[in-house]
Ligand binder design. Structure first.
Ligand SMILES: [Zn+2]
Length: 104
């Protein structure tokens, strides 16, 4: 799915469509994880996120981690603000816990 996004990333109209699809995907994911709560409790999978930063303007974007990602690597993704190249700034894991929402 991410590979498809990269190929279509040049078209601004499709960009909006993809954002809408991503939001939809998050909704579906949230819904299924709620309905399968008891099953999910047994298999804890950390969610790995990749933070991209624009080389040109410093705009940051977070997306799901994908294979081959490593810090400081230049990606094929382009900046939503200036169209510049994005590189990987940070890779981190989120645990599926309610504690995630707590701010310390
Ligand atoms: Zn930029």
């Amino acid at each position: 799915m991410i590979g498809l996004m990269l190929q279509l990333g040049d078209n601004a109209v499709i960009d909006y469509l993809l954002i809408a699809l991503m939001i939809l995907f998050v909704f579906i994911f949230t819904f299924t994880s709620r309905s399968q709560k008891s099953k999910r409790m047994m298999v804890k999978k950390p969610i790995i996120k990749t933070e991209l930063i624009c080389i040109e303007c410093g705009f940051k974007e977070i997306r799901d981690f994908k294979e081959g990602d490593y810090i400081a690597r230049e990606t094929e993704e382009t900046c939503k603000r200036c169209g510049g190249k994005m590189k990987i700034n940070l890779i981190y894991a989120l645990e599926e816990k309610k504690e995630k929402k707590r701010i310390l």
